[in-house]
Design a protein around this ligand. Structure first.
Ligand SMILES: Cc1cc2nc3c(=O)[nH]c(=O)nc-3n(C[C@H](O)[C@H](O)[C@H](O)COP(=O)(O)OP(=O)(O)OC[C@H]3O[C@@H](n4cnc5c(N)ncnc54)[C@H](O)[C@@H]3O)c2cc1C
Length: 297
């Protein structure tokens, strides 16, 4: 039996390519980083899928909306280090210098739902793996011939007894905020390198839900920082006059623990366990790089 671990975009695409018999997913919903929630009848991914080269998604079934890119910078010279001091560079999706337009994938929830059709996905995760079988948190035992791991390399290497002490990460708290429409803002991307701001990236879209502004707010957090204070983020947004708190009509949050990844694994994986995708390879791939990896790994 061929088993895929993870039902993000990598796990779903890979499962189709290799005809996986089973997909294990630890979260209650599929989609990984791009899992979505329905707000006022619209499926909104918790993370906005931004791309910098729309030509590269044309033949995979994704489509996009294009906006003029209007960036407001605050202490931008500190932006990279504020987000991730120990990363060599920021991922492409945080590098707005690479593009002159804001391109956003429009149909990600539909794309993921379509990919997941006819796959056998169970909401379980491995707690033990030996050379023939996986035992999951629900006590099920699955015999395998090959595993495609698109889940956390950190967790996988721990299960296999490999040294994973070099694998490091930063977390992100993502907020989706819907407010009544406010006119007069001359930016749709706000980048703050100011350490006085708990948030670093804000993206504002004014045409997704009628009469409302949609904000995505990303705050990056050290992996060992337990206290994530949404109230502080809200107060910072108010203080910078980005959002008037009494105009908020809906709000969602999601913590992505292994968000920015750095460091490499010590030790060798067994031959019948293939790591793929951003978590599996522990690389900050963007969605285009991820799709390309699933065709090759
Ligand atoms: C905050 C953030 C914003 C991003 N924004 C953009 C963007 O705008 N544009 C862009 O191109 N790219 C962006 N990316 C990168 C993009 O999300 C990835 O390229 C893409 O989602 C990778 O897909 P994946 O399936 O490899 O990983 P993921 O989407 O992370 O999916 C991995 C899946 O594996 C599951 N899993 C993990 N461990 C286990 C386990 N042990 N057992 C079972 N299941 C497990 C997880 O629950 C998850 O569902 C962003 C990434 C982050 C973190």
């Amino acid at each position: 039996m061929i088993i895929t671990i993870g039902a993000g975009i990598a796990g779903l695409l890979l499962s189709r390519r290799v005809n996986a018999d089973l997909v294990l997913e630890e979260q209650p919903i599929i989609g990984g980083v791009f899992a979505s929630d329905n707000v006022f009848g619209v499926d909104l991914p918790y993370v906005l899928p931004i791309i910098n080269d729309p030509m590269k998604i044309m033949n995979v079934g994704l489509n996009y909306i294009e906006y003029d890119l209007k960036i407001s910078y605050r202490k931008y010279e500190y932006f990279k280090d504020k987000i991730c001091k120990f990363c060599d560079k920021l991922p492409t999706w945080l590098n707005f210098d690479l593009t002159r337009k804001l391109y956003i994938i429009q149909n990600m929830p539909y794309f993921l739902a379509t990919l997941s059709k006819n796959l056998r996905i169970v909401k379980e995760y491995p707690i033990r793996i030996d050379d023939k079988k996986i035992i999951t948190n629900k006590g099920n035992v699955y015999k395998y011939t090959k595993i495609y791991n698109t889940g956390s390399l950190k967790k996988m290497s721990k299960l296999l007894g490999l040294d994973n002490s070099n694998l490091k990460h930063k977390s992100v708290l993502t907020l989706i905020i819907l407010t009544r429409k406010e006119y007069g803002k001359n930016w749709n991307v706000y980048l703050s390198g100011d350490t006085a701001d708990s948030f670093s990236v804000i993206i504002r879209l004014d045409n997704i839900i009628k009469d409302l502004d949609l904000y995505y707010v990303y705050s990056f957090i050290d992996a060992n920082q337990k206290n994530i204070d949404i109230d502080r983020i809200m107060l910072d947004l108010k203080r910078r006059q980005i959002i008037s708190l009494n105009e908020i009509v809906a709000f969602r949050s999601k913590l992505i623990s292994e968000a920015l990844l750095f460091g490499e694994i010590n030790g060798k994986m067994p031959q019948n366990i293939i790591n793929c995708g951003r978590l599996g390879e522990w690389k900050n791939y963007d969605v285009i790089e991820t799709i390309s990896r699933t065709q090759n790994c």
